[in-house]
Structures are given as C-alpha cells and as structure tokens.
Design a protein around this ligand. Sequence first.
Ligand code: ATP
Ligand code: MG
Length: 269
Amino acid sequence: MSPQEVARTLEEAHQRIRSARTDYDGDLRTGIDLGTATCVITVVDAEGMPVWIDFDRTAAVRDGVVVDFAAAAAAVRKLKATAEAELGVELHNAATAFPPCIGEADSRACRFVLEGAGFDEVTLIDEVSAANKTLEVTDGVVIDVGGGSTGVGVFQSGELTALDDRPGGGHHLDLILAGSRGLTVAEAEELKRAGTDDHLAILRPGIERIGSSIRDLTRGAEHLELHLAGGALMLPGADTTISKYLGRSVRAYPHALLITPLGIARYAS
Ligand SMILES: Nc1ncnc2c1ncn2[C@@H]1O[C@H](COP(=O)(O)OP(=O)(O)OP(=O)(O)O)[C@@H](O)[C@H]1O
Ligand SMILES: [Mg+2]
C-alpha cells in the first residue's frame, strides 16, 4: 500500500473515534491494544476499514505486562459495551497484541484480560506485526514507539526477519520535559500533547536515545527505510530528528498512534 493510501486510511480511522460508521458490509472484527499510555478498541469491517474507535487512558498495563488485571479487564469490558451499544451488534472475538520482548506468560495475561472482559475467542499477535498490517511494508523497518517502549521489526521481501524492543517512549520524554520545566509528569504529558510549544530542543536527547535503540536493533538493515508508528514520535520534528541522527530516510504518518490499534483489529477472526 502506498504511504498516501495509508495516510488516507489513518485519516478515516481518526474520523471514527467515538463516531461510528453505519454503511459497512459483512462481519465486524475487533482489536484491543493494551498500551502503556492508552487502551484502544478498534472495530473494522470485512475490508479492514475502521468502523469504530474508542480509548481509555488506563494505567493497568505497562510495556505489555498486566499490572492491574481487574482494572484492565474493567476498561476493556467498558470499551466493548460502548462499542456494542453504538454499533447495535455483539462483539465475540478479538485480537490483542504484545510488545516483541514479552514472554509467553505475560502475553497469556493479555489474552486473559480480554477473556475476563467477555470476549470468547482471542487472537494474539506481536505489536510490530500488527502495525505492519496497517502499513503493509514489504521491505523496510517498522518501529512502534509507544508510551513505554520502542518495538522494532525488520521486514525483507515481506518476511519479518528481526524483531526486538527496548525501553524508551513517550513517558520518558514526559520525564525530561517535567524535569526541565518544573512540572508534574501529568502536566508535562498534557503540555506535550497540546503541541502549542516547541519542545524539540529540550527533548532532542530523549528522541536521540530512541534513535540509538533503533540503530542497535537494525544493524545490517541500514539500507531500509524506517516507518514510524506509535504516539511518541508524533511530536512535531521528531521524525526529522531521528532521520538526521541516524542519517537514514524516515517515513512518518498522520495519527500514527492509530497504526497499531488498526492493525490489531485486522488480525482478528
Ligand atoms: N500529539 C502528540 N504529540 C506528542 N506525543 C504524543 C502525542 N499523542 C500521543 N503522544 C504520546 O504517545 C504516547 C502514547 O502512544 P501509544 O498510544 O502508541 O502508546 P501505547 O501503545 O499506549 O504504549 P506502549 O505501546 O509503549 O505500551 C504517550 O507517551 C503520549 O505522550
Ligand atoms: Mg502501543
């Protein structure tokens, strides 16, 4: 898929946040992204196009590890109920994703959260492969920089040839901003998302640290273009900072924090 088509799909996804599309055909599929910063439900139609998106800023999951099972299940149950009420259908099956380095036990916990929230059949997928269900990169590096971690997958001839992750994401940028501006982390997060000030000078070292993780995880794949997913690098100028730091071509997308949630839904049965 061309970057322009991906951008159009993401634009469409953005329009579907708490605003259901009614003219869909066929069965619906559901994805749940149990993120560190946000838990997102995405419902797509038979073509994989977004029908409904909603989110909850729960702190029940950290880097794929469920730290508060009851809160995570309650958040998912509420997102499921709201989606069902808006769409007038029952949602039985769902997919969910885990960061690349999560062990089997923790990824199983993600499944249990969805089952605890009332889903009957749950599909599990790593979040980088999920992101690539949206981007459809054949030869390139897919990078998901979320709230807590940076997941990196190398795709060559359509095959995932390397997959790993490192700590470091939007939360770490909040810590830097909070320290430098004398704010609480919550205030720093709000200020950063508002996008009203230019924080690039302060946050450059944090962004370059993410860049350094990307360099470590893409050795031998330096010729491939980098595709940025996840919310953390939606910061204006972050893509050029990464590109200059690594001396590589970088592709950023609008509403990049919807790339992985949409891809997860496309994996559901
Ligand atoms: N407009 C924005 N500008 C800058 N940063 C943003 C913006 N929107 C979201 N973020 C940052 O993106 C991060 C959340 O991204 P995302 O939803 O991809 O993470 P997550 O999936 O919850 O976390 P993870 O994948 O690490 O578990 C937060 O740290 C937030 O500060
Ligand atoms: Mg994520």
